[in-house]
Design a protein around this ligand. Sequence first.
Ligand SMILES: [Zn+2]
Length: 456
Amino acid sequence: MTIPAKRTSRRCLAGALLVAGLAASFGAAADSVALRHVRVIDGTGSASRENSTILIENERIAAVGPDAQVTLPEGARELDLSGRSVLPGLISNHSHLGMTDGTGAGAQNYNRGNIERQLRQFQRYGVTTVTSLGLNGPLFQRLRAEAHSGIGVGADLFGADRGIGVPEGAPPMNVAPEQLYRPATEEEARAAVREMAARKPDLIKIWVDDFNHTLSYKMKPEIYTAVIDESHAHGLRVAAHVYYLDDAKKLIAAGADILAHGVRDLPVDNELIEAIKATGAWYISTLDLDEAFYVFATQPEWTQTPFFRQALQPALAAQLDDPAWRRHTLADPKKLAIWEQGVKTNQANLKRLVEAGAKVGFGTDSGATPLRIPGFAEHRELQLAVDAGLTPLQAIALATGNAAALLGLDDRGVIAPGKRADLLVVAGDPSQTIADSQKIEAVWQQGREVSGPVVP
Ligand SMILES: [Zn+2]
């Protein structure tokens, strides 16, 4: 039942839309599809609803409700999806595109073919909206426009233009000058924001810290204060890379709008929680990030599953299978301990912030390095959030309704009339067993079934 979403189908799609338009004017429903007898997990955190129907018309959800109560227009196509759950397409608030290819990273990877490959992979894994949170080159504007207009390949795309780092400091990435600013003065920082503002980014990104004491310089407070001030003057919100509790407090005090990683050095305290709540700032944990440093070398059972292996490019699969690479990765017990503790602290902090009612979004930093694997990372993040003590419904809400709200998007993220029909159809019941999010049977985007099972 999969309709392949190939670029060559554009003309056919245009034709289909034309036919649908004509049909609509005669009262028929050529483009109506009903997903029947499904379990709806609507993305708000509410309990799932059995025996439901989702009616899709063109790009949107036209109706959702109990099977018996949703009236189907004449001619609507019906799909019996008994036993399946339908949730909103997942939304990443923190990923990167065009950074990696195979086992390598570098400026040469920021090209259309590679980015489209990654956007397709996100979509195949049910991540239908992706935020490329900085390090974007000039090609970004065009790809984003294509994605928004519906002619793009793969997931819909949002992003933070280049982003602002530190001279001889963070981020320690091999990127082109046209992918990142490293201002040395407040005036240079403001100028960088003004340049980006002209290109209408969705967010402004800053990297403030020393990557766990591996870099010599942090961003000076006067620089990030200038960036935040100038961004706000242009109506833009600032997302900050953080690791340390102390930086998180200072950034929130300076007006940062989004903490783009979880606090990992210390437990969050009341001072930070109250400040986050008082300012309405968002928090993104990226639990998967630190785990990805080591978990493919320790190789728990799930790294052998087809669902994981399907996400690997051949060169990366070969690396993970190489005993020498695994030994090297785990060679430094101090590093391993820091990564493992980082995950644990991050998980406890996530639980605490959710319980406190802070605004929490969803992201993994997927795509920033080869080991942060697009599409797979988001499902792992759901599992890690549940392992942290969230209910599956809470975890799913972070990745759908909340993540849309973080981006200020009211057209997606929940299953309700009028919303985009970006949907993930899975076997089983992820509202009970979060791992069922991986049993992907189909992905719908803007009312079209764009992808089938990840594991054929
Ligand atoms: Zn990042």
